[in-house]
Design a protein around this ligand. Structure first.
Ligand code: ZN
Length: 236
């Protein structure tokens, strides 16, 4: 089976806290790192808007990271929004639906992301994908489960007849441990960048600044981030 370049990685980079930690993790582990983002008709574009700022700040933080950080790619997935009826793409309340899943769940989203990232990596000769899925704090999203990701790795490897490795460095850690990992990788300046520049709030609110960053402070994503930050601060 032909192999992509072992030194290169493609990071699924949304502009959120988790994918930014994954980007730093990749910059520590690979000689050349590219990023990919997806525009799937999100209700707000805040995450997409902060992406270039984060990349610039990451480059300014360390010269070795600047030399390793390569191209950014943006893929439009309008079709995903067209077939979705969720709180992230429509004006639907954020709550638990009858299915038992949060209304923020976009069916097939991460599967589509990984399929397109795999296709892009193939074209770029990249073997390693890095993504921020997490089973610990995962809000019940079935496409964040380790088994789902491993099944996608097998599907992509077989379907493209080229070895694909999907790394999920956050899979088994909670948000507090994610802050700890950020501190370990890039110390205080990187944690500051994470707090100041990354965006996780489902409502796209950047008008309110908390100790843990910007957000409405009440949506599930904000609560997870706030609780994780508080727990990490209490432990360190
Ligand atoms: Zn929020």
């Amino acid at each position: 089976m032909p192999e992509g370049n072992d030194q290169n990685a493609l990071v699924l980079f949304s502009g959120g806290q988790d994918s930014t930690v994954c980007l730093a993790w990749a910059l520590e582990h690979f000689a050349s790192v590219e990023t990919v983002g997806f525009d799937y008709g999100q209700r707000h574009r805040t995450e997409l808007d902060v992406r270039p700022h984060i990349r610039e700040r990451i480059k300014a933080l360390r010269t070795d990271w600047a030399s390793r950080l390569g191209d950014d790619h943006m893929i439009k997935l309008d079709a995903l929004a067209a077939i979705s009826e969720t709180a992230l793409t429509r004006d639907v309340a954020i709550e638990i639906a009858q299915s038992g899943l949060p209304t923020t769940f976009v069916p097939g989203r991460n599967l589509a992301f990984l399929a397109f990232a795999g296709a892009l990596a193939y074209r770029r000769g990249i073997k390693h994908l890095v993504a921020g899925m997490c089973e610990t704090d995962f809000s019940g999203y079935p496409d964040c489960r380790d088994d789902t990701i491993k099944a996608m790795q097998v599907a992509l490897t077989l379907g493209m007849d080229r070895r694909v490795v999907i790394h999920t460095p956050l899979m088994w850690i909670d948000k507090a441990a994610t802050f700890a990992m950020a501190q370990e990788i890039g110390s205080d300046p990187f944690v500051d960048l994470l707090v100041e520049e990354t965006h996780t709030c489902y409502l796209g609110d950047r008008s309110r600044r908390h100790r843990w960053g910007y957000g409405c402070g009440t949506c599930p994503a904000c609560r997870l981030r706030a609780d994780g930050f508080a727990k990490w601060k209490a432990e360190c």
